[in-house]
Design a protein around this ligand. Sequence first.
Ligand SMILES: *[C@@H]1O[C@H](CO)[C@@H](O)[C@H](O)[C@H]1NC(C)=O
Ligand SMILES: *[C@@H]1O[C@H](CO)[C@@H](O)[C@H](O)[C@H]1NC(C)=O
Ligand SMILES: *[C@@H]1O[C@H](CO)[C@@H](O)[C@H](O)[C@H]1NC(C)=O
Ligand SMILES: *[C@@H]1O[C@H](CO)[C@@H](O)[C@H](O)[C@H]1NC(C)=O
Length: 363
Amino acid sequence: MSSKISLVSCLIVLAFGVVLANGSRENGGLGIYEIKSGDFSVKVTNYGARIVSVVLPDKHGKLADIVLGYDTIKEYMNDSSYFGAIVGRVANRIGGAKFTLNGTTYKLDANEGSNMLHGGKKGFSQVPWKVLNHRKTGRSPSITLTYHSVNGEEGFPGDVVASVTYALLKPYKLSVKMKAKALNKATPVNLAQHSYWNLGGHNSGDILSDELQIFASHITTVDDHLIPTGKIVPVKNTPYDFRKPLVIKGPIKQLPNGSIGFDINYAVDGHDGLKMKPVAVVYNKKSGRVMKLSANAPGVQLYTGNFVNTTGKGGFAYKTHAALCLETQGFPDSVNHPNFPSVIVAPGKAYEHCMMFTFSTKK
Ligand SMILES: *[C@@H]1O[C@H](CO)[C@@H](O)[C@H](O)[C@H]1NC(C)=O
Ligand SMILES: *[C@@H]1O[C@H](CO)[C@@H](O)[C@H](O)[C@H]1NC(C)=O
Ligand SMILES: *[C@@H]1O[C@H](CO)[C@@H](O)[C@H](O)[C@H]1NC(C)=O
Ligand SMILES: *[C@@H]1O[C@H](CO)[C@@H](O)[C@H](O)[C@H]1NC(C)=O
């Protein structure tokens, strides 16, 4: 597998816009921004560059919001589930919260026992991002946000400037483009979009009856603390095999630890470091909604909301398995496994991670 994550079709958004007129602001500099195309709309906050809502019709034309989240930015500041966030500088877990690069060992800020999860205590998800450009409607509604992570932040080497562009493409396509540059030192960069999807609606209960297909023949196995062992093993004859569409509650019951759920990285088939590849398809029978995801990243973390237990939008109680996450990314703990595709970005090299969500319905 190539370590190069780049994509020619990732376009650079150069336009700089004035956002004050568009965004509704609260908390001094933090706001919620909408992008909208017909009856398809997405709201984003610059707090953690988070997707706040995704609204679109079901098979009867009835609109629903299909991501978990909160009503106010204050609640996002209190969030421990990473609802809708861009996580970084390095998504997923880093074993022992340390790594060695070119002879220097970097001690990171551990935030999950002795390990690091999703970039540390604040990471990229609990900080304000800057809104660079926002076009609410029109031919290509989009919003671009950026964040400058300084040398030594959470223990990582060098300055990194990251950006994400959310754009709506008709009909019912949501594009997510994450970019980053190392300004002065080589550093690991592995961003992930951490939306919690429930195609039946954020307040419709659990996702166990959804049908899931993942275009991956291998997973990276983990130890008891969910840290990769370094092994890449076939899914064949295991409960992780979603190569053909399966209702989630079948295999979830066969997991070694009962029905706690999935929290595992898949190695996406055919990944070449360049092109967009099919990653997964989710189908919710009741609403008829289908979500197809493709991306140019080597891995995808399947997380079935195993630890969700919070009060969300409209006071609704989100419980275990209330949603699922498909977080495309580099492999977890790559910095400590030379056999995994490298996530090191050297100064002058571009990191580009693109996702395309295509929504449709079937009767
Ligand atoms: C923050 O979380 C704590 C503990 O879960 C809770 O008691 C408090 O009400 C939350 N605050 C907000 C603003 O949601
Ligand atoms: C590691 O050090 C070598 C020699 O100084 C240098 O050529 C190389 O670019 C460095 N690699 C990284 C990832 O910094
Ligand atoms: C199951 O859970 C227990 C307790 O958390 C843990 O010790 C054990 O390693 C787990 N087994 C597997 C196969 O995940
Ligand atoms: C969920 O959170 C509530 C309130 O904090 C707590 O009482 C309850 O035990 C939690 N449930 C689980 C399954 O952790």
